[in-house]
Design a binder for this molecule. Structure first.
Ligand code: IPD
Ligand code: CA
Ligand code: CA
Length: 295
């Protein structure tokens, strides 16, 4: 579509910039947001909590989400945006917001800072995560790590890239030689016992486990082969939507912890290079660490 020129547009219609593709808009928003976040590290003024003292939010999370919303809506004013800071905390509110959001043909899923606890503590492992779902299908995934200036980009059917270099998952086949990532969400009731049980089961069998505190970055690291697999019980759509597309477009596999195909509502996620996937799913089931109630 050619850009609407100020001369021929209907004066009553808002001026809409349509000259950039979805992916370019996502990259631009993530880059701008990331630069701003980096300048705010160590400068947090308003530290709040959501569901618990472990579930942090700052004025930077809120401000960045507003910035990303404005940037996306400048180009696509009729698209829907599901952003973490626009949803009430808690699993039920997230499910309700997602059900409403699913009705839109063009749905952006935004985590302004994935790794807020790290950001607050000055632990340099956090990112911006932006995904676009078109008619129910994950179509664009962009994750930007402002500390390392690494931009991970995936487009459905076109592959995944990091700074223009095609990404590929690792070729590791042996759990014993694998480096695995996982995480601990703030929920200590259901997610924490499940993730601890999974850790206890898998740690003695693999080369190492990393819990870096950013689900999105861990997924991006699976996509580029820095870790061979990742799992976490208790995620929200914005933690993983972009990262899931990165893994899939890099030749990897993503399912829930029972091995069912990923959907944007999946909360208990396993992502891998494909080769160790069955091992991870079977291990979580053996440890009763899937996050699902036993059937
Ligand atoms: C969290 C991070 C963390 C993961 C949690 C997420 P947030 O996101 O991704 O690594 O363990 O499940 O909630 O709160 O920093 O955006
Ligand atoms: Ca997150
Ligand atoms: Ca966040």
């Amino acid at each position: 579509m050619s850009p609407v020129s100020p001369d021929n547009r209907n004066e009553r219609e808002p001026y809409v910039v349509t000259s950039k593709g979805h992916t370019a808009v996502a990259i631009n928003a993530a880059a701008k947001a990331g630069e701003w976040i980096k300048t705010r590290q160590g400068q947090v003024k308003e530290l709040g909590s959501k569901t618990s003292a472990q579930d942090l939010v700052t004025e930077v999370d809120k401000g960045v989400e507003q910035m990303i919303r404005r940037l996306i809506l400048t180009h696509y004013p009729d698209h829907a945006i599901l952003g973490e800071e626009g949803v009430q905390p808690g699993a039920e509110a997230v499910t309700a917001a997602l059900e409403e959001a699913r009705e839109h043909d063009y749905l952006w899923i935004v985590d302004p800072i994935d790794g807020t606890t790290n950001f607050v503590h000055g632990f340099p492992f956090y990112c911006v995560s932006i995904a676009l779902v078109v008619k129910g299908e994950l179509t664009v995934g962009v994750i930007y790590d402002p500390i390392r200036d690494e931009m991970f980009v995936a487009e459905k059917g076109k592959g995944a890239y990091m700074h223009g270099i095609r990404a590929a998952v690792s070729a590791e086949e042996e759990p014993g030689s694998s480096l695995i990532a996982m995480g601990f969400p703030p929920d200590r009731l259901i997610a924490q016992p499940a993730n601890l049980a999974g850790l206890q089961q898998i740690l003695p069998q693999v080369r190492g486990i990393r819990a870096g505190g950013s689900a999105a970055l861990h997924l991006a690291y699976v996509a580029v082969g820095r870790v061979d697999g990742y799992w976490e019980v208790g995620l929200s759509p914005w933690d993983c939507a972009a990262g899931v597309l990165l893994v899939l477009e890099s030749g990897g596999k993503v399912t829930d912890t029972l091995g069912n195909p990923y959907d944007i509502g999946t909360r208990h996620v396993v992502a891998s290079n494909g080769k160790i996937h069955d091992y991870l799913v079977a291990s979580l089931q053996a440890a009763e660490a899937t996050g699902f109630k036993k059937q």
